[in-house]
Each structure stands twice: as structure tokens, then as C-alpha cells.
Design a protein around this ligand. Structure first.
Ligand code: C6P
Length: 410
């Protein structure tokens, strides 16, 4: 049961102009949604409308355009607040994306809350964005970064996690859905255990927000990060959610305009939340575009969309079994829309190139998750990542493409 009728799926696909093109003489099959998603017409229109009618700077001008831009920009913040069920709009900080959100917490919370001997736990399946900022922070503070082991099937070793949670652990920063394996991590349990231990928790939601509703209060996440472009919104805009009680005492991340209350050459005082963390002119159009993407999603039945994505995953698993010759990397019981694999005996880059010649877009390589791929003993994989606008026929097309690659390469 796909969850979406054929007509509903076609109607959804009609909303995404970029899907309707030929690539290398073949209809585009876009299976690189983990890297970035295509944008619905509603998002493209919101960007055009903003630039054609309302373009101005926010929180500054005493004129109509600036008022309009400010209103839409702040409405967008409230849209995000409601989308992830944050308690207050000030808990939504605009950033460039997940990477910047994590760097903000590492720089601002990390440098003021960690000292030599403290420990930070991440999982062994993190994206580099949730490894390197903590490594740099550890070099600066003398804290120690430790990975929670990943089991052979790609699931997190929760027993090992419980053992690693000693009083020295001050922060647990965990990917919600692995971009390399597809594993859905049990973040509610992870957060509860960390809190019982007195540690704060950051969730990297880059690969989860596009697939189901997030409720940061129900999760009790201290910090939650995601990127607009993986959520059908524009690039260059992202979100850091943080509990107000934690954010309000933190020092700024970057300094300059917008984030100040008063400046003199003797002393500067800083603005309150959220502006203290938003130095400089923000990505106004990006925020408005992201809100349009969220409005688009909220107008859909997300339960049906998720059921359709499950059907795509099931079709992939069935076809993979029939096909043989594939090594699946990441076989967790709970996976979300990411299928990483190797065509045995072929280099992933060659497979990617041959698929592209057939109009099929996948990602190949290490997916910015080198440590977990090293654990599996592979330098890279082919990754097909699905979303609700993909069709079962596109999964079949992928396997037709792989059949050609197999004939050519093996
Ligand atoms: N993953 C992928 O193809 P940015 O680049 O800041 O929007 O997101 C970084 C990031 C952080 N965490 C996870 C789990 C991610 O998947 C990503 C981005 C893309 O898998 C590009 S490397």
C-alpha cells in the first residue's frame, strides 16, 4: 500500500517544476533528496514575490517595504516555531543551515560550558558537520570527543551508550537520521538518558525534518538543527532551535549589526533572543521561502507521505534482493528514505556516472561521513535518497539503470 493514490502523487509532482525535464535525453529520475530537495512552485513563487514586491532590509527602515519584509521575516520565524512546536518564537535562530547551527552551539555554548576533562558524545555515524566543530572545541577546551559505537547492521549500540554516559559527559550530539546509512536513531531515549545523566543534547535533524513532524518539546531536545534546502526550501537558510533558558545566557556567536542593543567605543551591550545570534543582514528571502515550504508541507497529509516513502523503501529492498550483486550499507530495522549500497566489483563513482547518463541522479562518495564508511571498510557508496514525490516506477528505473551498469562494468 503506497499511501498515496496515483492521482495524488501526480498532483504533487506537478508542484515541482524541476522534476519535469530530460537529463541526457532521458526523463529525470531525481534520487538525491538527501543532498538537497527540489522546490515546489509555492516556494519559487514566494521568492519571486518577495524580490519583485517587498525586497528591503529588516528591522531597520522606517518605510513600507522594510515593514513588509520585517513582517514576513518574523512570520516565517513563527511558522518554524509552530512547525517544530517550539515554546517561543525567540527560540528559533536563523542560520545558514545545519552546519552553522552546530558551529554556533559549539562556539557559544561549548566554549562557556566545557573544560578540560569533560566529554562530548556523538555517534559513530555522524556527518562531518557534527564531528569537526566538536573536535575543534575539544582542542580549545581540553574536552574529549567520544563516538558511541555503531553495530554491524547500522544501528546505534544503545548498551554502549548507556555505559559511556558518565558524569564527565556534558553534551550528547546525535544525528536523528544518518545520511550515509538511513538509520533512524532513537533520539527520545537518547535524550532521556542524557538528561538523567545531567548532559545537554543537540539533535542534528538535517535528514529527519523532511520525513515526519518534529516536536522539540515532546522530545525535550535542548538544541535542534536543520537546513531549509533539505526541506523543500531555499539553500543558505537553516534553523537552530534552542531552549530559551539555555540560549539567553550564551555569548554571541558572531558580532556586528543587528545583534547589539547599544554600541559605544567603551562598551557594547547585546540584543536579546533571537537577534543576539543573528549578526548582519539575514537571508530574508531564504526565511520567507522556507516558511512557504513548511506551509506547503503542512497542507499535505504527512502521514500519507511517510507511508508512500515507506513503500518506496520496500520497493527498493525487494528490487535489491531480486537484483543480487548489491552490498547494502546500513540495514537498521528503522530506516528513513536513504539507501546506500555498492554494486559489487564496481566503483561507486563509475556507477553514478552510468546512472547519470540514464537521467538518474544519485549521490556517490563518502557523503561527508568518512568515519562510518571506514567502519564498514568502504571508501564510498552509491546513495539513492527518496522523498514523497518519487514514484515506485522511479525505483524500478534505478534498477534498470543498475542492470545496465552491471552489464557495462562487471
Ligand atoms: N548532508 C548529504 O548529501 P548543511 O550542508 O549544513 O545543509 O547540512 C549538513 C548536514 C548535517 N547533518 C547531516 C545528517 C547531513 O546529511 C548534512 C548534509 C548532505 O548527505 C550534504 S553533505
Amino acid at each position: 500500500m503506497s499511501g498515496l493514490s496515483a492521482a495524488a502523487l501526480q498532483a504533487i509532482r506537478a508542484d515541482f517544476p524541476a522534476l519535469h525535464q530530460e537529463v541526457n535525453g532521458k526523463p529525470l529520475v531525481y534520487l538525491d533528496n538527501g543532498a538537497t530537495t527540489q522546490k515546489p512552485r509555492a516556494v519559487i513563487d514566494a521568492l519571486v514575490r518577495y524580490y519583485e514586491h517587498d525586497n528591503s532590509n529588516v528591522h531597520r527602515g522606517a518605510h513600507t517595504l522594510s515593514d513588509r519584509a520585517t513582517e514576513q521575516f518574523e512570520n516565517a520565524r513563527q511558522t518554524v516555531q509552530r512547525f517544530i512546536n517550539a515554546a517561543r518564537a525567540e527560540e528559533i535562530i536563523w542560520t545558514r543551515g545545519t552546519t552553522e547551527s552546530i558551529n554556533l552551539i559549539a562556539a557559544s555554548w561549548g566554549r562557556t560550558h566545557l573544560q578540560a576533562g569533560d566529554r562530548i558524545l556523538v555517534t559513530g555515524m555522524e556527518h562531518h558537520a557534527n564531528i569537526v566543530p566538536w573536535q575543534v572545541l575539544c582542542e580549545q577546551t581540553g574536552a574529549v570527543l567520544q563516538p558511541i559505537p555503531v553495530k554491524e547492521n547500522g544501528e546505534l549500540d544503545m548498551a554502549a551508550y548507556a555505559e559511556l554516559l558518565t558524569p564527565e559527559v556534558k553534551l550528547v550530539s546525535v544525528v536523528h537520521v544518518s545520511n550515509a546509512l538511513g538509520t533512524i536513531n532513537p533520539v527520545a531515549d537518547i535524550i532521556r538518558l542524557a538528561h538523567d545523566n545531567g548532559a545537554r543534547v543537540m539533535i542534528d535533524g538535517a535528514q529527519s525534518v523532511a520525513h515526519w513532524d518534529i516536536d522539540v518539546q515532546a522530545l525535550d531536545a535542548d538544541f535542534f538543527a536543520f537546513s531549509g534546502h533539505k526541506l523543500f526550501g531555499p539553500t543558505g537558510i537553516g534553523v537552530l532551535y534552542g531552549k530559551a533558558g539555555l540560549l539567553q545566557d550564551l555569548p554571541p556567536y558572531q558580532t556586528g549589526g543587528e545583534m547589539i542593543e547599544h554600541v559605544s567605543f567603551e562598551k557594547t551591550t547585546f540584543n536579546g533572543l533571537p537577534y543576539r545570534f543573528e549578526a548582519g543582514t539575514p537571508n530574508i528571502a531564504g526565511a520567507i521561502g522556507l516558511a512557504a515550504a513548511i506551509d506547503y508541507l503542512k497542507a499535505q497529509d504527512r502521514v500519507l507521505l511517510a507511508a508512500h516513502e515507506d513503500a518506496l523503501m520496500a520497493r527498493f529492498a525487494q528490487r535489491a534482493e531480486e537484483f543480487g550483486d548489491l552490498r547494502i550499507i546500513g540495514e537498521a530495522a528503522h530506516k528513513a528514505s536513504v539507501c546506500s549500497f555498492l554494486l559489487q566489483g564496481a566503483h561507486p563513482a563509475d556507477v553514478g556516472t552510468l546512472l547519470d547518463q540514464q537521467g538518474i541522479a544519485v549521490r556517490t562518495g563518502h557523503h561527508c561521513a568518512m568515519p562510518v564508511l571506514a567502519q564498514f571498510g568502504v571508501p564510498g557508496t552509491v546513495r539513492a535518497s527518496f522523498t514523497f514525490y518519487n514514484t515506485l516506477e522511479e525505483v524500478d528505473a534505478l534498477f534498470k539503470g543498475l542492470e545496465k551498469a552491471r552489464m557495462f562494468l562487471l
